[in-house]
Write a protein that binds this ligand. Structure first.
Ligand SMILES: *[C@@H]1O[C@H](CO)[C@@H](O)[C@H](O)[C@H]1NC(C)=O
Ligand SMILES: *[C@@H]1O[C@H](CO)[C@@H](O)[C@H](O)[C@H]1NC(C)=O
Ligand SMILES: *[C@@H]1O[C@H](CO)[C@@H](O)[C@H](O)[C@H]1NC(C)=O
Ligand SMILES: *[C@@H]1O[C@H](CO)[C@@H](O)[C@H](O)[C@H]1NC(C)=O
Ligand SMILES: *[C@@H]1O[C@H](CO)[C@@H](O)[C@H](O)[C@H]1NC(C)=O
Length: 442
């Protein structure tokens, strides 16, 4: 046949064809890089842990750079961070003699083509928008470098008690999800001092400041086996200045204004108006600022407690003012009405347009008002009138004494309230200052 007749010619035909191709296009297959990659992956099995002797563990070296703290959610106890993560391990089947391959020392290989450790972060709740980087770097002695940025949401026990002077300690624990320490071991890529004080990669302009990243290696013993773990404790500190300016100082100003209202006389009605406007102002302030203070179900921020105590004081002193003014006002009103009625009784006795209030009062006619109705000049009657006047004066005197007693009591209460105000403000200032001091010492 034709094919069998042509068979001795095939090599020439192929050579001619490849010669034509070589003229037109550079051939990727002949490049050293291609040959090396092909040779490395030809007999490679990514399913097998890359060691010659199975009793040897593959050691994965880890490194973490904290890049930014993006969000701290105290209510849900979550922290969103952006970290640069790097893992390095040795693959005994991916090494070559670089002098045989054009001195190529490092090549990149697809991550999907090589064996990779299954290391996860134990605390993660959500991996957010981490780019999928498809390549790893391999050098001629078989060391594989895989680094990637991770943006993740991790669970963290957040302590909001000292807000806004709070320091949070969140840990990131790396461990293999399946392999025990006999198969996959972990180690640090850098020295722990370097990891501890590396703030170079950290974005400094956010609300949070990176204090330190301490790291520990330990072996977790469980029924499924012993697992190697590496824990990074990321310690971050809040920058409190914005909160001091927007929360603390205004609330202290409002309290000082309220403290000033104690200089008004306790029975003055302007005090009620004043105090209620302070209360309204305080409420508006708190509603405005409610988003700023973190809400945590575990612990209440001290500042929230202080706001509530301030509110309670405002309400207490306002209700005290209302009580005292109402009480004294009642007393005076009844007295004034009685004296007024006397004059009115005189004027309106024969007047056509009678005041309905005076009419009603006329039915119960107070004893003094009966005076003008007395017609005769009989001494007895005068005597009885005098007696009634004296008894009325006596009751008035008693009422005055009662009133004076009430006034003294209210005055004492007022002073007590003022003093407790001062004590609370002082305590609060001392606590805040000590929190601030402990914050700045770290
Ligand atoms: C594997 O390594 C162990 C010690 O590390 C050694 O005792 C054993 O002989 C080695 N096995 C092989 C097949 O080389
Ligand atoms: C690498 O290859 C060169 C030449 O081919 C040889 O001389 C050298 O010994 C080799 N190195 C190793 C580590 O095998
Ligand atoms: C490959 O990388 C590792 C770790 O960085 C290094 O120790 C080793 O010397 C490198 N090998 C070569 C041939 O450069
Ligand atoms: C952070 O927490 C870990 C344990 O959870 C502890 O070992 C470490 O000392 C803490 N760091 C600071 C600065 O409090
Ligand atoms: C952040 O601040 C620290 C110390 O204040 C400094 O060492 C570091 O270089 C700063 N980093 C950036 C990115 O500005």
């Amino acid at each position: 046949t034709l094919a069998s007749a042509m068979s001795p010619l095939w090599p020439f035909v192929l050579a001619a064809a490849s010669g034509i191709l070589a003229i037109d296009y550079p051939r990727p297959r002949s490049s050293t890089l291609h040959q090396l990659t092909k040779q490395l992956l030809q007999k490679y099995h990514k399913e097998v842990r890359p060691v010659h002797n199975w009793t040897q563990a593959t050691t994965v070296y880890l490194d973490v750079f904290v890049h930014a703290v993006l969000d701290v959610d105290a209510q849900n106890q979550k922290v969103k961070t952006s970290v640069w993560y790097c893992e390095v391990w040795n693959d005994e089947f991916l090494s070559w003699n670089s002098s045989m391959f054009d001195e190529i020392r490092e090549i990149s290989l697809p991550l999907s083509a090589v064996w990779a450790p299954d290391i996860i972060i134990n605390e993660f709740v959500d991996i957010e928008r981490s780019p999928d980087l498809p390549y790893v770097y391999v050098n001629s002695s078989g060391t594989i470098k895989h680094s990637k940025p991770i943006q993740m949401v991790s669970a963290c026990s957040l302590e909001t008690y000292a807000f806004p002077f709070d320091i949070q300690n969140c840990s990131l624990t790396f461990s293999s999800i399946l392999h025990t320490v006999e198969d996959v071991d972990l180690a640090f890529l850098r020295s722990r001092e370097d990891i501890m004080h590396n703030q170079k990669a950290f974005l400094n302009d956010s609300e949070w400041e990176l204090l330190s990243v301490s790291s520990t290696y330990n072996i977790l013993q469980s029924s499924a086996g012993d697992f190697a773990q590496i824990q990074f404790n990321v310690v971050i500190r809040r920058r409190p200045l914005a909160y001091v300016v927007s929360l603390l100082i205004p609330s202290i100003f409002l309290m000082l204004v309220d403290l000033g209202s104690f200089y008004l006389p306790p029975t003055c009605r302007a005090r009620i108006v004043f105090k209620s406007s302070v209360l309204v102002g305080y409420t508006v302030f708190r509603v405005n600022m409610s988003d700023e203070v973190p809400r945590s179900t575990v612990s209440t921020p001290l500042i929230e407690v202080f706001f509530t105590v301030c509110m309670a004081f405002l309400v207490l002193s306002l209700s005290k003012s209302i009580l005292s003014v109402k009480f004294l006002h009642d007393e005076r009103c009844s007295q004034q009405e009685q004296t007024l009625l006397c004059f009115r009784g005189d004027a309106d006795a024969d007047g056509p347009g009678m005041d309905p209030r005076a009419q009603r009062a006329g039915v119960t006619e107070p004893p003094v008002c009966q005076e003008h109705q007395a017609q005769s000049g009989a001494l007895k009657e005068v005597w009885s009138q005098l007696q009634s006047i004296s008894s009325y004066l006596q009751t008035q005197d008693q009422e005055h004494q009662q009133e004076a007693g009430w006034l003294a009591l209210l005055g004492r209460f007022d002073r007590l309230l003022f003093q407790s105000y001062l004590v609370v403000l002082g305590l609060y200032t001392v606590t805040l200052c000590s929190l601030w001091a402990s914050w700045s010492h770290l």
